[in-house]
Design a protein around this ligand. Structure first.
Ligand code: ZN
Length: 504
């Protein structure tokens, strides 16, 4: 019989307390973005600050640190889940403790004001007012990374591994290098082909209540369980999870029907991942998706590989027509599928199509690397940004608002975050090719059988929570290490067919 670790038993009540504080904080954050009255924010911010402080003091309690040390000595008596929880806890302690409290407070004050300064700069098209703040944020981020860098590790590597363990500059250079080499010339060929796709009918008098009705239908159709989840409206769509029986998605509505429709399917993908976490993991430190990138792999899998697939629409396109007889009654399923896959190189990442999306991310990766590792001056950002857009996407921003100031991330000090967006799509494509070898993927979609596909993902990915890294998951499931070639194959095959062109 296996000996029970006494230290782990003693650790449990601390972990439960920490979990309760973080759940409460997350619930307030959700509420702030959805239902809370506008005036509530300053008062709620105080409550959230207190909850974060309590979480911090539980996790960094001397007793907790001692118990972590003892758990490591009693390694043999820990099960797989317990070992993973102790590993995550040790990492969390290191993250929270490595920064001197004084510097941490200064940085928190800086970033508390910086998103406001960024938002005004963006509104006024004025990079100069944001540049000095951004410079300070870069300095702090480099300093904080240096506290955690292992010998010989580069600072940007430390930042990257915060979002995606197992990925560093070397791996990402190879990834984005493949994208650059294969997608940039392919896109050029596509835009020069002269093929025009009409998507004008996607914009129109699409009533909000009708959009909500189809949103709920498609969320449920792909497998979002409304007994364990809810859907609300917020300025930008997102997913929040409290545990595997309380998962919340949001969407927003405008006069383009595909915006809310695909954001609902995307967030449903995030939600289905969290609903697939087993009871034994939920409400622990390993009871969430494996990583940012693995999460994006699931949401983008549902949104693009399933949702923008021609076969997906065969059994359900008439459901959409029934809701919008005036707008889509005369539009064939074939026309609709072409329209939702239209490629249009543009300036704004969040509005990008499936093919060009990762090129937006590649630009940010290249610039971050220059900022953190190569001493690029903040003042040079607007020009470098515009040059890269022109080179890779063939479009040049007319001003900084639609250029370097469009994303909130840098104003919050989130360097190393962007690559996960593109990695997720690439993980999804690798999984897709593997699954095609195991099942008649498009045949299942044509029959309206999403369940078989979803069950595969749950069984092979979701139920592992954070027990493995994204790279370990890919290896276990597909038998291969991460290979970006699948992603470029997927994109050039799909869009080559749609636009009638061949990849090099
Ligand atoms: Zn997402």
């Amino acid at each position: 019989m296996k000996k029970v670790s006494n230290a782990y038993e003693e650790l449990k009540p601390f972990l439960e307390r920490a979990q309760a504080f973080s759940t409460a904080r997350i619930l307030f954050e959700w509420d702030n973005e959805t239902l809370a009255p506008r005036a509530a924010e300053p008062n709620t911010t105080k409550v959230v600050g207190t909850l974060s402080g309590e979480y911090f003091s539980v996790i960094t309690d001397e007793k907790v640190k001692e118990l972590v040390r003892r758990c490591r000595q009693e390694k043999e008596s820990l099960g797989e889940v317990e070992s993973a929880v102790v590993r995550e806890l040790a990492e969390e302690i290191e993250r929270l403790e490595c920064i001197p409290p004084e510097e941490y407070r200064e940085f928190a004050e800086l970033t508390a004001g910086s998103t406001g300064i960024w938002a005004r700069a963006k509104e006024n098209n004025d990079f100069e007012s944001f540049a000095p703040v951004l410079k300070k944020i870069v300095e702090y981020s480099r300093k904080f990374a240096s506290y955690r860098a292992k010998e010989g590790q580069r600072l940007y590597d430390v930042m990257l591994s915060d979002y995606e363990k197992g990925f560093d500059i070397e791996t990402l250079d190879r990834f984005f290098g493949t994208l650059k080499e294969r997608l940039v010339p392919f896109l050029k060929k596509l835009t020069e082909s002269g093929v025009e796709i009409d998507d004008s009918f996607l914009t129109g008098d699409y009533k909000e209540e009708d959009q909500e009705a189809v949103g709920r239908f498609f969320a449920e159709y792909v497998g979002f369980d409304f007994d364990r989840g809810v859907m609300a409206v917020s300025a930008h769509p997102f997913t929040t999870n409290l545990h595997n029986k309380d998962v919340r998605i949001t969407t927003s509505y405008n006069n383009r029907v595909d915006d809310s429709l695909f954001s609902v399917i995307h967030e449903s993908g995030h939600g289905i991942y969290e609903m697939g976490i087993p009871d034994e993991l939920t409400q622990t430190l390993v009871g969430q998706g494996a990583s940012m990138g693995m999460h994006e792999s699931q949401s983008r899998f549902f949104e693009n590989i399933i949702g923008r697939n021609e076969a997906f629409w065969i059994p359900v396109y008439d459901r959409l027509q029934k809701q919008f007889p005036g707008e889509l009654g005369d539009v064939s399923a074939e026309q609709f599928v072409k329209a939702i896959n239209k490629v249009q190189p543009s300036l704004i990442r969040t509005q990008a199509d499936e093919l060009t999306y990762s090129l937006h991310v590649m630009i940010r990766y290249e610039i971050e690397k220059m900022l953190i590792e190569e001493g690029l001056k903040v003042e040079k950002l607007p020009e470098i940004w515009a040059d890269k857009y022109e080179e890779y996407l063939g479009v040049r921003p007319r001003n900084v608002s639609e250029g370097v100031l469009q994303d909130i991330h840098w104003s919050q000090g989130s360097f190393g975050y962007f690559p996960s967006y593109a990695l997720g799509s690439a993980f999804g494509a690798q999984l897709y090719y593997f699954m095609k070898g195991k099942m008649d993927f498009e045949g299942l979609l044509k029959k309206g059988d999403i369940k078989t596909i979803r069950e595969f993902l749950r069984e092979n990915i979701h139920r592992y929570g954070k027990l493995e890294t994204s790279r370990q998951i890919l290896k276990r499931v597909t038998g291969e290490d991460f290979d970006p070639g699948y992603y470029t194959d997927y994109l050039t095959e799909k869009y080559g067919k749609l636009y009638g062109i061949k990849a090099e």
